[in-house]
Design a protein. Sequence first.
Length: 231
Amino acid sequence: MKLRCLLVDDEPPALEVLEAYVREVAQLELVGTCSNALQAFGVLQAQPVDLLFLDVKMPKMLGTDFLRSLRHPPQVIFTTAYREYAYEGFELDAVDYLLKPVSLERFLKAVAKASKTDAPAEPAPAANPEAFLYFRIDRKMVKVVLRDILYVEGLKDYVKIHTVAGPTLVVKQTVAAMEEKLSESNFLRIHRSFIVALDKIRTYSARHVEVANQELPIGRLFHQRVEEMLG
């Protein structure tokens, strides 16, 4: 299934590079190019877009502000020459953040991330009550039974594993790596910083899930998958 892409950048040379890259990737379909956020808004209203390549510094409106204005944004990959916007970009649940000039290799890595996030939802397999993983904590390998995990919280290069009985375990691991380890089990990533055990969710809304009396946010780019899995 192809990803329908929209390119937004006020610099024609940057648009030309991205357009050439998109046309080289069979799984991508280019639906249009825009030079500012207002044009992009019109395209998004007129047709479906799965993936937005969005510049940050543009006339009339910053790309980050434009993304905030969208009620149901597509997946977003920021493209910019300014490193200082990277943190804000990831806070907005961007799939990736590409610095100009964008190389083809880096472009392909970003597309691979978007493709994985956009994969169709599949029913979660029944959790094996005996399933467990070992994590290195304080120079020891500690066994964690998966059914005891409530949710995983990301903290830069570390994660906190919140468990039913406690204590909370701190592991040197990224959220992405944890998502990979838990991908075959009863877990769902709902935000760039949170993975939850599906059977531990008590309530959910468009913005939050509740696990063990804790409200955890649902990231914009994870909203559709959460709805598919829980709806």
